[in-house]
Design a protein around this ligand. Structure first.
Ligand SMILES: [Zn+2]
Length: 338
């Protein structure tokens, strides 16, 4: 790429999106089409654009949407999970903590309500089943990383997981230990699940080694992203999954409560509509995902992420995929008889 294209792209990106991918020299000017056969990997500074595709190209593949807490996947990757399921994936939700620190009432009540929310999230995104590992919320630093890694390897082998969506272990300025402890365990479990010498007792129980080959890492904050996914067709499902979480996070019935708060002052916001259920959904669409995204989620608006690429709504990730070897093609082209 010519230097002036990089600069122009970066400035345009910065103007359109503020603190987003352009911060790291990535911009609309770097966009490549995901149909590029080499698009599973990127050089630094490149962005792969993943568009919605027709049909079900992912039939036979399995994904695991992994979240420390009930609201993480809906807020940061709900659109992409819905898109990949629509395109043929079979999916499972894996929640790592027991979420005891959120919700009204006692810790026990928080555990119960969050578990119910988590099941509702799985349903709203079209996932087959949810697993809750129930590590103690905010206390994951004290547990053995090996224990969590072993549990994840068991699940990856049992479910034959090809693709994970999880927090980015290298996401910048993450304050929540549950997020980065989970991310580190997922990163290591993803490849060790394919190693026959790791946890051989699982193989004796009938499981087979199975590596995770694609990883979509999301972050709550700045991230060296290399993939932008068009979720315009799936945004309603993402909104529904955020609304399903009533116990924590910015979704639930926050819209209805805002509507009520304004009504007490004889005010209303037309964007919230005229009833509580519309207010809940519209609040998420207009404020959580867009206007007030930096405050509610810590990341730029999904509209701003998509704008440089011509998408109405988009999510961004650090994507790590397989790196197909070019050796055989080189041999076929260059090998000579002697
Ligand atoms: Zn969280």
């Amino acid at each position: 790429m010519r230097r002036r294209d990089v600069i122009r792209g970066t400035l345009l990106g910065a103007a359109a999106t503020g603190l987003d991918v352009s911060l790291y020299g990535q911009s609309a000017g770097d966009a490549r089409n995901a149909k590029d056969p080499n698009a599973t990997w990127t050089r630094e500074g490149e962005i792969v654009v993943e568009r919605a595709v027709a049909g079900k190209p992912h039939v036979g593949k399995v994904l695991a949407a992994i979240q420390p807490h009930a609201d993480d996947i809906p807020l940061f990757a709900g659109g992409t999970v819905a898109k990949l399921i629509r395109e043929g994936y079979t999916g499972y939700l894996i929640r790592i903590t027991n979420d005891e620190m959120t919700g009204s009432g006692t810790r026990g009540e928080g555990v119960l309500h969050n578990e119910q929310d988590n099941d509702a999230v799985a349903k709203s995104l079209g996932l087959q089943k949810s697993y809750s590992l129930a590590y103690r919320n905010h206390r994951m630093d004290e547990m053995s990383p090996q224990d969590l890694r072993g549990n994840l390897i068991l699940l990856f082998r049992m479910l034959k997981v090809d693709t994970v969506l999880c927090y980015d272990h290298w996401g910048l300025y993450e304050e929540n230990p549950d997020h980065y402890v989970t991310a580190a365990a997922v990163e290591s479990a993803a490849w060790m699940a394919g190693m026959a010498k790791d946890y051989p007792e699982q193989l004796e129980a009938g499981l087979k080694p199975h590596s995770v080959t694609e990883k979509y890492y999301y972050a709550r904050g700045p991230q060296i992203a290399n993939r932008v996914v068009d979720v315009s067709a799936d945004i309603k499902q993402k909104i529904a999954s955020i609304q399903a979480i009533g116990t924590q996070g910015p979704g639930g019935d926050n819209g209805a409560r805002l509507r009520q708060r304004l009504a007490e002052r004889k005010l209303k916001l037309p964007v919230l509509g005229d009833d509580d259920s519309t207010a809940n959904l519209n609040y998420i669409e207009h404020f959580v995902l867009d206007e007030d995204s930096m405050h509610t989620r810590g990341v730029p608006s999904d509209k701003e992420i998509g704008a440089p690429y011509g998408f109405q709504w988009a999510e961004r990730f650090r994507y790590i995929g397989p790196n197909p070897s070019r050796l055989e093609a080189y041999i076929a082209k260059n090998a000579v008889k002697f």
